[in-house]
Design a protein around this ligand. Sequence first.
Ligand code: FAD
Ligand code: NAD
Length: 479
Amino acid sequence: MSERPKKTQIALIGGGPGGYPAAFLAADRGLNVTLIDNETNPGGVCLYRGCIPSKALLHAARVIAEAKEASNWGIGFSDPVIDIDRLRNWKDNVVQKMTGGLGQLTKHRKIDYIKGHAKFSDKKTLEIRNQNGRELLTFENAIIATGSRPANLPNFSIDSKRILDSTTGLELPDIPKNMLIVGGGYIGLELGTVYAALGTKVSVVEMTSGLMPGVDRDLVLVLSKRLEKIFESIMLDTKVVDMNEEKSGMRVKLEGSKVKSGGQIFDKVLVSVGRRPNSENLGLENTRVKTDPKGFIEVDEQRRTSEPTIFAIGDVAGEPMLAHKATHEGRVAAEVISGHNVAFEPNAIPAVVFTDPEIAWCGLTEENAKIENRPVNIARFPWGASGRATTLDRNDGVTKLIIDPDTERILGVGIVGTGAGELIAEGVLAVEMGANVSDLEMTIHPHPTLSETIMEAAEVFFGESTHVYRPKKSASGKR
Ligand code: FAD
Ligand code: NAD
């Protein structure tokens, strides 16, 4: 241990998509920055065991699915030969390439990168432990960006290789014959899509009455229809009540309407029932930083905690637990520390579920408008009427605009369909810029593209869509 503490202007704890962009921006602004993470390079959950490996595998899944679908167009491929080791290597190389690149960018910016676990010993000092021992670091400001980890199934503490979480599921240990996925949210449906494409018989058990609870039902319906074809079964309103390992697999007893009695045997069980913030083992008790009952660190609009020199961003600072939200918060916190009076106040944080089809939304949803009792107009454009969707043989899509009836402003956008994750960026811009529905309608969109569905949804609002004949009868939306 070095006796004399090192000094830094900003200490970043956690090198995920919250921490590293904040560190980079602070360094670009000329501040002296130290970034601490357990891994050799920055990246966090998103790059090592989240967004990036899952999207690499989802790309592979899409190729497999598309090759099958090509038989509809007179192109036959034989069944894919999956070399699981090479697929795993390819995915790992994607991760390595990106995290290695971040390591280089860290060096170029002259950021002091310390591999280790950081803990506050007081409001100005961190103790960092790693295999070389421990060192102390004093800071003027710190940003906590320690992220989150998978939640466990309450009441089950079975230690078995047959039980996977998102981390071990993404390691792709093998291709199980069958798998039970507990939780029909983001991770369950994305990883279920991957394993189903690789040949696993996937069953999903979801405790609420629908997949992706809280997400617009119009959008989820389109996805559910396709998932019903690729998954072995989807059991809604169903709970795991017992789980035991037997020689042939995990015997899982479920309780719900679609359930066979006596329990079913699964090769693997993937638990994806949410995530918990990493706010423990951080020494927060040695500071004035406060957490809420769920363990999220409480922050103000500038992402400042109740300890004025300490900020918190990303998953550890609350929902939505999304990489781009973490990044934006990180840049806000870095700006505040570098002396700018800015705040985290987005009108729209996009969300994308990278299933096939994808679901994406931003701003106000129809569900939330109902909850808030807020009158809205809805304009839907079904992808059955999209030329581009037809050329792709993917008419399973809907583009939906949520519009303020008085001002005709775009309050929210929801899209389900192939590539929805790319398309939603236009919706985010529309909401952030305060665009009116006529702005979308009058903007020339390139043909033939799926982006035209946004323009045509705006035309639907006025009852004048070129490809959907649905004249407008109500007063709103009249010219
Ligand atoms: P993290 O990425 O969790 O990074 C925190 C880092 O801090 C980690 O490296 C951790 O090791 C380190 N750390 C923790 N404690 C300490 C400590 N005391 N000292 C030092 N280091 C510490 N989001 C999307 O937007 N799009 C997606 O497609 C997407 N896909 C996902 C797929 C999966 C399977 C999972 C699990 C998540 C996915 N997410 C996705 C969510 C996304 O990964 C998170 O929202 C994002 O990583 C949060 O970033 P963060 O910077 O807050 O924390
Ligand atoms: P989630 O909150 O998306 O879904 C969890 C699901 O499990 C919910 O539908 C919930 O009702 C269900 N559930 C909870 N307890 C259950 C139980 N005992 N039995 C059956 N079902 C149960 O959580 P997740 O899928 O674990 O993902 C965690 C978070 O990671 C997401 O909320 C998201 O913020 C982030 N993530 C984002 C992406 C993306 O942006 N594409 C991808 C993966 C993860």
